[in-house]
Design a protein around this ligand. Sequence first.
Ligand SMILES: [Zn+2]
Ligand SMILES: [Zn+2]
Length: 241
Amino acid sequence: MNIKNPAVLPISLGRSTAYLIRGKNGHILVDSGPPGSGKKLLKKLSQEGISPEQISLVVLTHAHLDHSGALEDILKAGGAKLAVHKDEAPALEQEEELHLNPVRPLGRLVKAFIGKKRKKGSSEIKPDLVINKELDLKPFGIKGKVVATPGHTPGSVTVFLQTGEAIVGDLLMGGMLFRRRRPFYPLFASDVKQLERSIRLVLKLKPKLILPAHGGPFTPAQVETKLLQPRRIKRKKARRG
Ligand SMILES: [Zn+2]
Ligand SMILES: [Zn+2]
């Protein structure tokens, strides 16, 4: 399954995928990739004929390092504005990586291996726009909106495009090594109930395609069947105790 919309460009940056949304008068970048991926990101953009100055806004789905690690590079290169949810902004200022509460055994394993320290100086990144409930992207030339979808972290957001794509960050994900083409719950969640509510909210907004930062993309039907069918939830809840 591929993204059919040429205005939505996935940019694979090793540990995570950022997305570029092309607009008529400027583009929006969703996430920046892990620390050290700035050069790769700028190179991939340039291969698409996009200069950093053409990016008017960077939307951060959440502050985890594999999404925010190269923010400084892209912001400095072109002067884009940064939009972050109000409940996520504090995490950006922390030197320690926050909200790594494993919800699956693999989460515990991965937690032991990932970098937990931000790059020195990254705490100087300040959002230009603080998202409360929603952010309309019309002023940035894109038909769509950013909606709060907490649960993976308190201030996680999803970018909905009128063309039907939902860029969900780590609200859900593909398999880490295998089965990247089926949806799983994320490895970490600050609030599992909130996470389930947010997945329901995303489906309620009737996207055509769900684009996570790891693996995917997925159809809403896949997400519904694999993550939200009552039997599965019950089983997961039981396991959680
Ligand atoms: Zn994350
Ligand atoms: Zn991630």
